[in-house]
Unconditional design. Sequence first.
Length: 303
Amino acid sequence: MEKLNWIAVDWGTSHLRVWLMDDQSKVLQHLASDRGMSSLKPEEYEATLIEMVGDALPDQGSIPVICCGMAGSRQGWAEAPYGKAPCTPPSIDAATRVSTKVSRISVFILPGIKQLPAADVMRGEETQIAGFLAENSDFDGVICLPGTHCKWVHISAGEVVSFRTFMTGELFALICGSSVLRHSVDDEGWDAEAFDAAVSDAISRPAAIAGNLFSIRAESLLSGLSAAAARSRISGLLIGIELAAARPYWLGQDVVIVGESGIASAYEVGLIQQGAMARRVTAENMTLNGLRAAHAKMVEIAQ
């Protein structure tokens, strides 16, 4: 392996992604684990990271480790205080330095962003935003970050102006996994026509969401609605009511969706159906670019 210069870390709720980087910020090795924040106690973070990267660490000196995501949450490795919107995506100069037992690493956790009034928070997404802006410095529009909690972020003049979070992904998981509709769906299959119709219906009649959801169960019992169609309609109804509520963010805006496939593709389809200008970028690339930008800032400060 070429010489390790620094380590980039994306520590999510359910995942851990690590990139070993050289002095040109090129990836030497990519490592992944399911040891996310939800499975760790604060005192377990350092040992988890060392277990993954220890063999690559030099015997002498200390390697910078730049982390984003839930490692900086109140339940994480060490709480990294939020920056306050409107603001540029926080970088290394606002990071929290973590005390470690192992001297071969120097750990920095990037902060998230908070918003008051209209209380809202993000952790991890701000690094993806920084990564996008590193390549698109003149962007003026909206970044949509789908996931368990989807975020709509208004960007202008390189700043996060405002943002809004929707629990759509979590609601989808709860409905499909714990409600009566769990008997009508499975984990595979997709019906694009059913999804499109559900998005359109939900945007037109968002107040009918509860009734429209139960009709899925009734149709599966009485009319043989397929599991793929049921799952697609649930997704379409939930994304549809989110799009209805988030209309002030995307209507007439240049919208960038951070994500490669799956849920990001569903958001793209829903937005295009409504006449919005939407395009996708790769989430992992944006995260890594944001961490690279933080490291570049670290080098600049050191000089």
